[in-house]
Design a protein around this ligand. Structure first.
Ligand code: SF4
Length: 404
């Protein structure tokens, strides 16, 4: 994740200690000494069932029941293991997690075990009761997916009325004081709506927004990704809006996800424009390490069948299964089967050594230590092997060769 509010607007943010090794607030836990040593954030797809038909769904979900999903006891065992392993956060996703028959019991167990729990939902099934439950149990954050305003969102989500239902879910969470935000995937179908989306965020006073770059997997393979010039224009728009919000006294958190090259783009602009924040951006990106410390290291995934993957989009690589082994043992590479894959995937602690394995533009890019080779999952999916370059990197050859 690239935190624009932190890097571009210089605002302290709640997860700065995890993302950049900073103490962002008094009372925050100590910053880990290195982003390569922190425990992962686990994205757990608890069910594949969904009530919507989103065109970019990476899980290829439908409104049906899927056999083989984890039993309640298996789910409890996963939660207990993740808690003992002290993972940084547990993100419950789907399908639509609110359609899981035992969601309240999973939340109860996870929060009682001290896990920081967040939920990623399409928002349409949130009721007053469920919003209150999230708040009472101490769910840290509810991320609601939105892809546009009104009909644009409904078209994307494949169901008329999805926008209004998601907005109602958002407001119900807000009414009970549940921390809630939006997540949007940038594609060629909605990029023209960005000014309206940003106006909407401002008008509704939404305090956290994540813009995802498309990862072409699941049904997302058929969705048109942004061209390089569109990515640059979209990011410029986010930077400008973030600065305007900051100038108006807002601490709204604005992030991009699945494109570490955004951090380099921000640094390049700051250097070009003589920003006093440039040196800090360089330091924070370097601490974070970008894609090299993300999938398979800082991010993990458990799918609906219990299989463990480097992240939720990278289902082609399977490291183990929580039905037959514990997540912690697999992730610690203490099993020969997972160890070989994880060690290969994680590579050397030295960025220069890691870069030697890559092919394509990332192999010679001067910003590898800050970016880590873009989003490694997209690189792997698009190239058919683990060490290709991220095809969605929109930096020019001149920018990649620049000495920063
Ligand atoms: S070429 Fe690769 S390492 Fe360089 S900025 Fe782009 S994605 Fe990152």
């Amino acid at each position: 994740m690239i935190n624009i509010s932190r890097l571009w607007a210089g605002i302290n943010q709640p997860a700065d200690h995890l993302r950049y090794g900073l103490h962002s607030k008094p009372g925050m836990p100590c910053a880990p000494t290195s982003s390569r040593t922190r425990r992962p954030i686990v994205v757990w797809n608890i069910t594949r069932t969904c009530n919507l038909r989103c065109v970019h769904c990476y899980a290829d979900s439908h409104a049906e029941n899927y056999p083989g999903e984890l039993t309640l006891d298996q789910c409890f065992a996963v939660i207990d293991d993740l808690s003992k392993y002290e993972v940084n956060a547990l993100l419950l996703s789907g399908g639509e997690p609110l359609l899981h028959p035992h969601l309240p019991r999973l939340l109860e167990r996870a929060t009682a075990r001290g896990l920081k729990v967040t939920i990623s939902t399409n928002g349409t099934r949130i009721t007053q009761q469920s919003a209150q439950l999230f708040k009472t149990l101490g769910v840290a954050y509810v991320g609601i997916s939105l892809d546009g305003i009104g009909a644009v969102h409904d078209r994307f989500r494949g169901v008329p009325g999805a926008f209004n239902a998601a907005l109602r879910g958002f407001k119900l969470c807000e009414q009970v004081g549940q921390k809630t935000g939006l997540r949007l995937t940038l594609t060629r179908h909605n990029v023209q709506s960005m000014p309206q989306i940003l106006d909407f965020i401002e008008r509704e006073d939404i305090q956290r927004v994540c813009f995802y770059h498309l990862v072409p997997t699941g049904r997302g393979v058929d969705v048109a990704a942004l061209r390089p010039e569109e990515s640059r224009a979209a990011l410029d728009m986010l930077l400008e809006r973030s600065a305007a919000w900051h100038a108006a006294g807002s601490t709204r958190e604005l992030l991009t996800v699945t494109q570490p090259a955004d951090g380099v783009y921000i640094l390049l602009r700051q250097l070009r424009e003589g920003s006093p924040l440039a040196e800090q951006t360089r330091r924070l990106l370097s601490w974070n390490g970008g894609g090299a410390n993300s999938s398979g290291r800082g991010i993990a995934n458990i799918d609906t069948q219990g299989y463990i993957h480097p992240d939720q989009f990278w289902q082609q690589v399977t490291l183990g299964n929580v039905k037959t082994d514990s997540f912690s043992r697999v992730w610690d590479a203490s099993l020969p089967a997972s160890a070989a894959q994880l060690n290969e995937l994680r590579g050397s602690d030295d960025p220069a050594e890691r870069q030697k394995k890559l092919t394509g533009p990332c192999a010679t890019c001067r910003h590898f230590a800050l970016c880590g080779g873009g989003y490694r999952t997209r690189a792997a999916i698009s190239n058919g092997h683990w060490f290709g370059s991220d095809p969605a990197c929109y930096l020019t050859a001149e920018e990649r060769a620049m000495q920063l």
